[in-house]
Design a protein around this ligand. Structure first.
Ligand code: TYM
Length: 329
Protein backbone atom coordinates (compact mmCIF):
# COMPACT_ATOMS: atom_id res chain seq x y z
CA UNK A 1 0.00 0.00 0.00
CA UNK A 2 1.44 3.35 -1.09
CA UNK A 3 1.03 6.69 0.63
CA UNK A 4 -0.48 9.13 -1.85
CA UNK A 5 -0.55 12.91 -1.38
CA UNK A 6 -1.81 15.70 -3.55
CA UNK A 7 -3.39 19.13 -3.32
CA UNK A 8 -4.78 22.02 -5.31
CA UNK A 9 -4.44 25.72 -4.54
CA UNK A 10 -7.63 27.47 -3.47
CA UNK A 11 -7.46 30.35 -5.91
CA UNK A 12 -10.84 29.81 -7.61
CA UNK A 13 -13.09 27.08 -8.95
CA UNK A 14 -11.56 23.87 -10.25
CA UNK A 15 -11.27 23.40 -14.00
CA UNK A 16 -10.79 20.39 -16.24
CA UNK A 17 -7.00 20.74 -15.96
CA UNK A 18 -7.21 20.27 -12.18
CA UNK A 19 -9.66 17.41 -12.62
CA UNK A 20 -7.81 15.38 -15.24
CA UNK A 21 -4.32 16.42 -14.07
CA UNK A 22 -4.78 15.60 -10.40
CA UNK A 23 -8.23 14.95 -8.97
CA UNK A 24 -9.40 12.06 -11.17
CA UNK A 25 -6.09 10.27 -10.75
CA UNK A 26 -6.27 10.61 -7.01
CA UNK A 27 -9.86 9.37 -6.92
CA UNK A 28 -8.90 6.33 -8.97
CA UNK A 29 -6.42 5.22 -6.33
CA UNK A 30 -8.06 6.26 -3.07
CA UNK A 31 -9.52 2.88 -2.17
CA UNK A 32 -6.28 0.92 -2.41
CA UNK A 33 -3.86 3.32 -0.74
CA UNK A 34 -3.22 5.56 2.25
CA UNK A 35 -4.43 8.83 0.80
CA UNK A 36 -4.20 12.50 1.72
CA UNK A 37 -5.77 15.18 -0.44
CA UNK A 38 -5.64 18.74 0.76
CA UNK A 39 -6.57 22.30 -0.13
CA UNK A 40 -3.39 24.37 -0.50
CA UNK A 41 -4.60 27.61 1.06
CA UNK A 42 -1.13 28.72 2.22
CA UNK A 43 0.08 28.32 -1.36
CA UNK A 44 -2.81 30.47 -2.57
CA UNK A 45 -1.47 33.38 -0.49
CA UNK A 46 1.61 33.62 -2.70
CA UNK A 47 -0.57 35.21 -5.39
CA UNK A 48 -4.03 35.77 -3.82
CA UNK A 49 -3.66 37.34 -0.34
CA UNK A 50 -7.33 38.38 -0.12
CA UNK A 51 -9.10 37.95 3.25
CA UNK A 52 -12.50 38.55 1.66
CA UNK A 53 -12.23 35.53 -0.66
CA UNK A 54 -9.89 33.15 1.19
CA UNK A 55 -12.50 31.16 3.11
CA UNK A 56 -15.02 31.09 0.24
CA UNK A 57 -12.38 29.74 -2.12
CA UNK A 58 -11.42 26.99 0.33
CA UNK A 59 -15.07 26.08 0.75
CA UNK A 60 -15.62 25.92 -3.00
CA UNK A 61 -12.63 23.67 -3.55
CA UNK A 62 -13.76 21.42 -0.71
CA UNK A 63 -17.24 20.94 -2.18
CA UNK A 64 -15.71 20.38 -5.62
CA UNK A 65 -13.39 17.69 -4.23
CA UNK A 66 -16.35 15.92 -2.68
CA UNK A 67 -18.53 16.44 -5.74
CA UNK A 68 -15.82 14.96 -7.96
CA UNK A 69 -15.81 11.79 -5.83
CA UNK A 70 -13.17 12.12 -3.11
CA UNK A 71 -14.41 9.87 -0.34
CA UNK A 72 -13.79 11.29 3.16
CA UNK A 73 -14.27 7.84 4.67
CA UNK A 74 -11.19 6.48 2.95
CA UNK A 75 -9.10 9.59 2.13
CA UNK A 76 -8.00 12.33 4.50
CA UNK A 77 -9.37 15.51 2.99
CA UNK A 78 -7.94 18.48 4.83
CA UNK A 79 -7.08 22.13 4.66
CA UNK A 80 -3.34 22.82 4.60
CA UNK A 81 -3.56 25.58 7.22
CA UNK A 82 -5.34 23.19 9.64
CA UNK A 83 -2.09 21.25 9.93
CA UNK A 84 0.49 23.48 11.65
CA UNK A 85 3.16 20.77 11.37
CA UNK A 86 3.52 21.69 7.70
CA UNK A 87 4.89 25.13 8.56
CA UNK A 88 7.46 23.66 10.92
CA UNK A 89 8.67 21.16 8.36
CA UNK A 90 8.72 23.93 5.73
CA UNK A 91 10.98 26.01 7.98
CA UNK A 92 13.30 23.09 8.65
CA UNK A 93 13.53 22.14 4.97
CA UNK A 94 14.26 25.76 4.08
CA UNK A 95 17.62 25.39 5.86
CA UNK A 96 18.71 23.03 3.11
CA UNK A 97 17.04 24.72 0.12
CA UNK A 98 19.44 26.86 -1.84
CA UNK A 99 18.43 30.26 -3.17
CA UNK A 100 20.05 29.65 -6.58
CA UNK A 101 18.04 26.52 -7.32
CA UNK A 102 14.82 28.18 -6.17
CA UNK A 103 15.46 31.18 -8.42
CA UNK A 104 15.94 28.86 -11.39
CA UNK A 105 12.56 27.12 -10.95
CA UNK A 106 10.40 27.53 -14.07
CA UNK A 107 7.25 28.36 -12.06
CA UNK A 108 9.11 31.11 -10.15
CA UNK A 109 10.42 32.68 -13.36
CA UNK A 110 6.92 32.51 -14.81
CA UNK A 111 5.40 34.15 -11.71
CA UNK A 112 8.00 36.94 -11.80
CA UNK A 113 6.94 37.65 -15.37
CA UNK A 114 3.24 37.72 -14.46
CA UNK A 115 3.33 39.31 -10.98
CA UNK A 116 6.25 41.68 -11.22
CA UNK A 117 4.73 43.87 -8.50
CA UNK A 118 4.68 41.08 -5.90
CA UNK A 119 7.76 38.86 -6.05
CA UNK A 120 7.58 37.64 -2.46
CA UNK A 121 9.64 35.08 -0.55
CA UNK A 122 6.61 32.77 -0.44
CA UNK A 123 6.73 32.53 -4.22
CA UNK A 124 10.44 31.80 -4.14
CA UNK A 125 10.05 29.04 -1.56
CA UNK A 126 6.80 27.66 -3.02
CA UNK A 127 8.54 24.37 -3.93
CA UNK A 128 9.81 23.96 -0.36
CA UNK A 129 6.30 24.28 1.06
CA UNK A 130 5.14 21.79 -1.54
CA UNK A 131 7.95 19.43 -0.54
CA UNK A 132 6.85 19.82 3.10
CA UNK A 133 3.26 18.86 2.10
CA UNK A 134 4.54 15.69 0.48
CA UNK A 135 7.34 14.71 2.86
CA UNK A 136 5.13 15.36 5.89
CA UNK A 137 3.33 12.10 5.06
CA UNK A 138 6.46 10.47 3.61
CA UNK A 139 4.51 9.98 0.39
CA UNK A 140 5.48 7.51 -2.33
CA UNK A 141 3.18 8.82 -4.98
CA UNK A 142 1.84 12.23 -6.03
CA UNK A 143 -0.88 12.57 -8.68
CA UNK A 144 -0.19 15.89 -10.44
CA UNK A 145 -0.29 17.32 -13.94
CA UNK A 146 2.72 17.81 -16.18
CA UNK A 147 3.35 21.38 -14.99
CA UNK A 148 4.27 20.09 -11.51
CA UNK A 149 7.02 17.70 -12.58
CA UNK A 150 9.83 20.11 -11.74
CA UNK A 151 8.39 20.64 -8.27
CA UNK A 152 8.35 16.89 -7.69
CA UNK A 153 11.94 16.68 -8.87
CA UNK A 154 12.82 19.30 -6.25
CA UNK A 155 10.93 17.36 -3.58
CA UNK A 156 13.01 14.31 -4.42
CA UNK A 157 16.15 16.42 -4.25
CA UNK A 158 15.22 17.74 -0.78
CA UNK A 159 14.43 14.21 0.40
CA UNK A 160 17.81 12.92 -0.85
CA UNK A 161 19.64 15.91 0.58
CA UNK A 162 18.07 15.46 4.00
CA UNK A 163 18.86 11.76 4.02
CA UNK A 164 22.48 12.42 2.94
CA UNK A 165 23.20 15.31 5.31
CA UNK A 166 21.87 13.46 8.34
CA UNK A 167 23.00 9.97 7.27
CA UNK A 168 19.50 8.49 7.42
CA UNK A 169 17.10 6.73 5.10
CA UNK A 170 14.04 8.61 6.27
CA UNK A 171 12.30 10.36 3.38
CA UNK A 172 11.25 8.29 0.35
CA UNK A 173 11.63 9.72 -3.16
CA UNK A 174 8.10 10.26 -4.40
CA UNK A 175 7.00 9.53 -7.96
CA UNK A 176 4.39 11.32 -10.03
CA UNK A 177 1.31 9.24 -10.71
CA UNK A 178 -0.11 9.31 -14.23
CA UNK A 179 -3.43 7.85 -15.21
CA UNK A 180 -2.35 6.31 -18.52
CA UNK A 181 1.37 6.42 -17.98
CA UNK A 182 1.74 9.81 -19.67
CA UNK A 183 2.00 13.14 -17.83
CA UNK A 184 -1.16 15.05 -18.65
CA UNK A 185 -1.54 18.63 -19.80
CA UNK A 186 -5.08 19.78 -20.49
CA UNK A 187 -4.86 22.49 -23.13
CA UNK A 188 -6.73 25.79 -23.20
CA UNK A 189 -9.33 26.02 -25.95
CA UNK A 190 -8.27 29.58 -26.76
CA UNK A 191 -5.11 28.40 -28.52
CA UNK A 192 -3.26 28.69 -25.20
CA UNK A 193 -0.98 25.75 -24.36
CA UNK A 194 -2.50 25.12 -20.94
CA UNK A 195 -5.88 25.44 -19.30
CA UNK A 196 -5.40 27.47 -16.14
CA UNK A 197 -7.20 29.65 -13.62
CA UNK A 198 -5.02 32.65 -14.28
CA UNK A 199 -5.22 32.14 -18.04
CA UNK A 200 -9.00 32.76 -17.91
CA UNK A 201 -9.61 29.91 -20.37
CA UNK A 202 -11.03 27.28 -18.03
CA UNK A 203 -13.98 24.97 -18.34
CA UNK A 204 -15.02 24.60 -14.71
CA UNK A 205 -16.62 21.75 -12.78
CA UNK A 206 -19.42 24.15 -11.84
CA UNK A 207 -20.08 25.39 -15.40
CA UNK A 208 -23.60 24.91 -16.74
CA UNK A 209 -24.18 22.80 -19.85
CA UNK A 210 -24.91 25.98 -21.79
CA UNK A 211 -21.64 27.59 -20.64
CA UNK A 212 -19.68 24.50 -21.64
CA UNK A 213 -21.27 24.44 -25.11
CA UNK A 214 -20.58 28.14 -25.54
CA UNK A 215 -16.93 27.86 -24.48
CA UNK A 216 -16.25 24.87 -26.71
CA UNK A 217 -18.00 26.42 -29.73
CA UNK A 218 -15.78 29.49 -29.33
CA UNK A 219 -12.57 27.40 -29.39
CA UNK A 220 -9.94 28.62 -31.79
CA UNK A 221 -9.60 26.72 -35.10
CA UNK A 222 -8.49 27.53 -38.65
CA UNK A 223 -10.14 27.41 -42.08
CA UNK A 224 -9.85 23.60 -42.22
CA UNK A 225 -7.33 21.25 -43.82
CA UNK A 226 -6.77 21.83 -47.52
CA UNK A 227 -4.70 18.74 -48.28
CA UNK A 228 -4.55 15.23 -46.78
CA UNK A 229 -2.57 14.68 -43.54
CA UNK A 230 -1.79 18.36 -43.07
CA UNK A 231 -0.09 19.35 -39.80
CA UNK A 232 -2.61 20.86 -37.36
CA UNK A 233 -2.52 24.43 -36.09
CA UNK A 234 -2.23 24.87 -32.30
CA UNK A 235 -5.97 25.44 -31.74
CA UNK A 236 -7.03 22.33 -33.66
CA UNK A 237 -4.33 20.26 -32.00
CA UNK A 238 -5.73 21.36 -28.64
CA UNK A 239 -9.25 20.29 -29.63
CA UNK A 240 -7.92 16.84 -30.52
CA UNK A 241 -6.01 16.65 -27.24
CA UNK A 242 -9.23 17.46 -25.38
CA UNK A 243 -11.06 14.85 -27.40
CA UNK A 244 -8.40 12.26 -26.52
CA UNK A 245 -8.97 13.04 -22.84
CA UNK A 246 -12.77 13.06 -22.62
CA UNK A 247 -14.11 11.07 -25.59
CA UNK A 248 -14.12 7.42 -26.62
CA UNK A 249 -11.32 6.24 -28.84
CA UNK A 250 -13.71 5.59 -31.76
CA UNK A 251 -14.88 9.19 -31.63
CA UNK A 252 -11.31 10.44 -31.63
CA UNK A 253 -10.34 8.12 -34.49
CA UNK A 254 -13.39 9.18 -36.52
CA UNK A 255 -12.55 12.89 -36.32
CA UNK A 256 -8.86 12.31 -36.90
CA UNK A 257 -9.61 10.33 -40.07
CA UNK A 258 -11.96 13.08 -41.27
CA UNK A 259 -9.27 15.69 -40.58
CA UNK A 260 -6.74 13.67 -42.52
CA UNK A 261 -9.03 13.25 -45.55
CA UNK A 262 -10.17 16.90 -45.35
CA UNK A 263 -13.87 16.14 -44.76
CA UNK A 264 -13.88 17.37 -41.17
CA UNK A 265 -16.41 19.96 -39.99
CA UNK A 266 -15.07 21.62 -36.89
CA UNK A 267 -18.64 22.45 -35.79
CA UNK A 268 -19.42 18.71 -35.52
CA UNK A 269 -16.22 18.01 -33.64
CA UNK A 270 -16.98 20.82 -31.18
CA UNK A 271 -20.57 19.65 -30.63
CA UNK A 272 -19.37 16.14 -29.84
CA UNK A 273 -16.59 17.45 -27.61
CA UNK A 274 -18.99 19.68 -25.66
CA UNK A 275 -21.38 16.76 -25.06
CA UNK A 276 -18.52 14.52 -23.90
CA UNK A 277 -17.29 17.21 -21.50
CA UNK A 278 -20.84 17.65 -20.18
CA UNK A 279 -20.98 13.90 -19.50
CA UNK A 280 -18.03 14.34 -17.13
CA UNK A 281 -19.03 17.65 -15.57
CA UNK A 282 -22.83 17.44 -15.15
CA UNK A 283 -22.93 14.68 -12.48
CA UNK A 284 -20.12 16.38 -10.55
CA UNK A 285 -21.93 19.72 -10.71
CA UNK A 286 -25.10 18.10 -9.39
CA UNK A 287 -23.30 16.55 -6.44
CA UNK A 288 -21.65 19.90 -5.68
CA UNK A 289 -25.08 21.55 -5.60
CA UNK A 290 -26.34 18.84 -3.20
CA UNK A 291 -23.62 19.33 -0.60
CA UNK A 292 -22.62 22.97 -0.84
CA UNK A 293 -24.99 24.25 1.81
CA UNK A 294 -24.51 21.28 4.15
CA UNK A 295 -22.33 23.06 6.71
CA UNK A 296 -22.43 20.20 9.22
CA UNK A 297 -21.19 17.68 6.68
CA UNK A 298 -18.39 19.94 5.43
CA UNK A 299 -17.29 20.69 8.99
CA UNK A 300 -17.20 16.98 9.81
CA UNK A 301 -15.15 16.23 6.71
CA UNK A 302 -12.45 18.81 7.39
CA UNK A 303 -12.29 17.97 11.10
CA UNK A 304 -11.80 14.31 10.44
CA UNK A 305 -9.32 15.08 7.65
CA UNK A 306 -7.25 17.41 9.82
CA UNK A 307 -7.18 14.86 12.62
CA UNK A 308 -5.85 12.11 10.36
CA UNK A 309 -3.39 14.45 8.60
CA UNK A 310 -2.05 15.83 11.89
CA UNK A 311 -1.49 12.39 13.29
CA UNK A 312 0.63 11.48 10.28
CA UNK A 313 2.41 14.86 10.19
CA UNK A 314 3.19 14.94 13.91
CA UNK A 315 4.91 11.55 13.71
CA UNK A 316 7.11 12.77 10.84
CA UNK A 317 8.01 16.11 12.40
CA UNK A 318 8.84 14.44 15.70
CA UNK A 319 11.29 12.17 13.93
CA UNK A 320 12.75 15.00 11.83
CA UNK A 321 13.40 17.00 14.99
CA UNK A 322 15.13 14.04 16.60
CA UNK A 323 17.26 13.43 13.49
CA UNK A 324 18.26 17.11 13.33
CA UNK A 325 19.35 17.12 16.95
CA UNK A 326 16.54 18.81 18.86
CA UNK A 327 16.38 17.37 22.36
CA UNK A 328 14.09 18.07 25.30
CA UNK A 329 15.72 19.30 28.52
P1 TYM B 1 -2.51 24.15 -8.83
O1 TYM B 1 -3.71 24.65 -8.13
O2 TYM B 1 -1.77 25.07 -9.72
O3 TYM B 1 -2.85 22.88 -9.69
C1 TYM B 1 -3.47 21.77 -9.07
C2 TYM B 1 -3.29 20.51 -9.89
O4 TYM B 1 -3.91 20.66 -11.16
C3 TYM B 1 -2.96 20.34 -12.18
N1 TYM B 1 -3.25 21.15 -13.35
C4 TYM B 1 -3.25 20.66 -14.59
N2 TYM B 1 -3.02 19.43 -15.06
C5 TYM B 1 -3.12 19.24 -16.38
N3 TYM B 1 -3.44 20.23 -17.27
C6 TYM B 1 -3.68 21.48 -16.84
N4 TYM B 1 -4.01 22.43 -17.71
C7 TYM B 1 -3.56 21.75 -15.44
N5 TYM B 1 -3.74 22.87 -14.69
C8 TYM B 1 -3.52 22.47 -13.41
C9 TYM B 1 -1.60 20.64 -11.59
O5 TYM B 1 -0.59 19.92 -12.24
C10 TYM B 1 -1.80 20.20 -10.17
O6 TYM B 1 -1.62 18.80 -10.05
N6 TYM B 1 1.55 23.29 -6.47
C11 TYM B 1 0.32 22.51 -6.65
C12 TYM B 1 -0.47 22.45 -5.38
C13 TYM B 1 0.25 21.73 -4.31
C14 TYM B 1 0.59 20.33 -4.32
C15 TYM B 1 1.31 20.11 -3.12
C16 TYM B 1 0.35 19.30 -5.20
C17 TYM B 1 0.75 22.27 -3.18
N7 TYM B 1 1.39 21.29 -2.44
C18 TYM B 1 1.78 18.83 -2.78
C19 TYM B 1 0.82 18.02 -4.87
C20 TYM B 1 1.53 17.80 -3.68
C21 TYM B 1 -0.43 23.10 -7.83
O7 TYM B 1 0.03 23.06 -8.91
O8 TYM B 1 -1.60 23.65 -7.65
Amino acid sequence: MDTVVSGIRSTGNLHLGNYFGALRNFISMQHENRCFFFIADYHSLTTHPDPASLHGNVRNVLTEYLGAGLDPEVSSIYIQSDVPEVTELYLLLNMHAYIGELQRTASFKDKIRKHNDNVNAGLLTYPVLMAADILMHRADCVPVGKDQEQHLEMTRKYARRFNTIYGVDFFPECQAYRFNGEPIKVPGLDGNGKMGKSEGNGIYLVDSDADIRKKVMKALTDGGPTEPNMPMCEGVKNLFTMLSIVSDKEVYDHFLASYNDCTIRYGDLKKQLAEDIIKVVAPIRERIADIQSDDDYLRRVVRLGAEKARESAAATVKEVRRIMGFKPF
